[in-house]
Write a protein that binds this ligand. Structure first.
Ligand SMILES: Cc1cc2nc3c(=O)[nH]c(=O)nc-3n(C[C@H](O)[C@H](O)[C@H](O)COP(=O)(O)OP(=O)(O)OC[C@H]3O[C@@H](n4cnc5c(N)ncnc54)[C@H](O)[C@@H]3O)c2cc1C
Length: 372
């Protein structure tokens, strides 16, 4: 690690590690099979502080550094990548949004329930026709005449993580031909309708949905599009942490298996070709972790993380895909079966190259920064 955590953060992370190993990991296959987390998970996450990492103590959160936040996401990903993805997005994009742009009234109304896991969250940007091109969002926000601060939303959102569980969604919508902003929408209303549960090849326990908004009432959080989207920089560090966790777990399993399995009267780990795969994993994972930690450290120092967060996400996600692929190779045929966790990690890793901006978008951001 290239940063120091304070004693309180170290204690928090040891609790997260214990929770990940003892509670999360044993359930990861069952959650995948059920395409759902255990309902009790939200209260447990709240109790540990995993739903309020980005919220300052004076607002009821545990207010840890970005360094501790990415470490928590990394630990969770080693146990269940889908849960890590949810926790990363909820903290960076949802709680972060209410913390930065919510009015005092909104914060008072929602934060106590959010912190405990009673109010479940999602973040809604993507639409059927607005993916990488996020400015193309068409969901329309129209002020409600006799309700200052409230708008009617009309449109459709797609690929929204935790959207099927969420009580409250942070929604990006268009306020005019040229302007976009963000809103808080309670899902318990007739204007909100889930159209489809989207089943994905990886992170399947995560409740990803497509939904429709038909004159849904939403509360404006005063912010520009750029401000709302700016939360993605810390968010991308969370996804990079998820990717590093996946890669670390795959490498752990590959090392263990290669020491046990014998062919040609020697262990797999004694074969040069297998060692090469292990060495490449080891080196790439170390590099990905360093980028991640540098990004978190810069964020904690208040410096810009526009470039480093894209670099960390890009490199860590591609590392996770390569490392899980090599881990399957080392497991041979068994690696392709559900008896071993590496096939699941390989499927889960794919999301990290797509969510919160695909690799091509990360390369665009990095090149733009380099060419400035
Ligand atoms: C499991 C899951 C969870 C998600 N959770 C959320 C969520 O909680 N909230 C939310 O708002 N969104 C969420 N998303 C959406 C995600 O952010 C988008 O899928 C992603 O940004 C890509 O958008 P798209 O799928 O529309 O792909 P498109 O934008 O259609 O792009 C398809 C492909 O085209 C290429 N491409 C696109 N643009 C360019 C370019 N400019 N240059 C070069 N190549 C390009 C890339 O290879 C890209 O992968 C989630 C997605 C998944 C799969």
């Amino acid at each position: 690690m290239i940063f120091e955590l304070c004693p309180e953060e170290a204690t928090f992370l040891s609790r997260v590690r214990q929770f990940a190993n003892e509670v999360v990991l044993p359930q990861t296959r069952e959650w995948e099979k059920n395409t759902a987390f255990a309902p009790s998970i939200w209260g447990q996450l709240g109790e540990i502080g995993l739903l309020s990492m980005t919220l300052p103590v004076e607002k009821g959160g545990i207010g840890v550094s970005c360094s501790a936040y990415v470490e928590a996401c990394r630990e969770l990903a080693k146990a269940d990548p889908a849960l890590s993805m949810n926790v990363a997005a909820i903290n960076a994009l949802c709680v972060g949004h209410i913390d930065h742009f919510g009015t005092p009234e909104q914060q008072t109304k929602y934060l106590p329930g959010i912190v405990k896991g009673d109010i479940k969250l999602a973040w809604g940007l993507t639409e059927p026709d607005a993916g990488s091109d996020a400015r193309r969002v068409r969901t329309a926000a129209t002020p409600i005449a006799d309700q200052p601060g409230y708008f009617h939303l009309n449109g459709e959102k797609m690929f929204i993580t935790n959207g099927g569980n969420a009580d409250l969604i942070i929604m990006v919508a268009r306020t005019s031909e040229t302007e976009l902003s963000a809103f808080l929408l309670e899902t318990n209303q007739p204007g909100f309708e889930i159209v489809e549960r989207i089943h994905t090849i990886g992170v399947s326990a995560s409740n990803t949905v497509r939904f429709k908004l038909d004159n849904a009432v939403a509360w404006h959080t005063p912010c520009t599009f750029e401000q709302a989207i700016g939360l993605l920089y810390r968010g991308r560090l969370g996804i990079a942490a998820m990717a590093v966790g996946i890669a670390e777990k795959a490498q752990e399993l590959a090392l263990e298996y290669s020491k046990q399995r014998e062919q040609f009267n020697r262990r797999l780990c004694d074969m040069q070709s297998v060692q090469n795969m292990l060495a490449d994993n080891e080196t790439e994972i170390e590099a990905a972790r360093l980028l991640l930690h540098k990004g978190a450290m810069l964020y904690d120092r208040g410096e810009s993380v526009v470039k480093i967060s894209s670099q960390a996400k890009l490199y860590a996600s591609e590392t996770a895909n390569r490392a899980t692929n090599r881990a399957i190779q080392i497991h041979g045929g068994r690696g392709m079966t559900s008896m071993y966790l590496v096939e699941k990690l390989w499927r889960d890793a794919k999301l990290t190259e797509i969510g919160e901006g695909c690799s091509e978008i990360q390369r665009m951001v990095i090149a733009k920064q380099a060419l400035r």
